[in-house]
Design a protein around this ligand. Structure first.
Ligand code: FAD
Length: 76
C-alpha cells in the first residue's frame, strides 16, 4: 500500500477568491499578523494555510489570535 499525503495549499482558494492575497505557494497573506486578519474585509485566517506545513500547536495559537482579532472587530 502506498499512502500519499499532500501538504500544499488548495488552489481553490486563490482561484475562487482573488480578494484574498496569497503568496506564490498559495498561502494566505495577512494584513495584520497580530490579529490574523487577511487583506479581505472580515476574513481571518490561520494555521497551515497561512504558515505552510507546521504544527497543531502553532495552528491553535493562530486560531486563538484570529478569535481575539474577530472579537476586537465586533466590539468596535
Ligand atoms: C502526515 C502528517 C503528520 C503530522 N503530524 C503532526 C504531529 O505529530 N504533530 C503536530 O503538531 N503536527 C503534525 N502535523 C501537522 C498538523 O496536522 C497541521 O499543522 C495542523 O493540522 C494544521 O491545522 P489547520 O487547522 O491549520 O489545518 P487542517 O488541520 O488541515 O484543517 C483544515 C480543515 O479545513 C477543511 N477544508 C479544506 N477545504 C475546505 C473547504 N473548501 N470547505 C470546508 N472545509 C475545508 C479540511 O477538511 C480540514 O478539516 C502533521 C501533518 C501531516 C500531514
Amino acid at each position: 500500500m502506498l499512502v500519499a499525503i499532500g501538504n500544499g495549499s488548495n488552489p481553490l482558494i486563490s482561484n475562487t477568491t482573488p480578494e484574498l492575497s496569497v503568496d506564490k505557494k498559495g498561502h494566505i497573506l495577512l494584513e495584520d499578523a497580530t490579529a490574523n486578519k487577511t487583506f479581505m474585509e472580515k476574513v481571518y485566517a490561520g494555521g497551515d494555510i497561512v504558515l505552510g506545513a507546521a504544527t497543531v500547536i502553532l495552528a491553535m495559537g493562530e486560531g486563538r489570535r484570529a478569535a481575539a482579532g474577530i472579537n476586537e472587530f465586533l466590539k468596535k
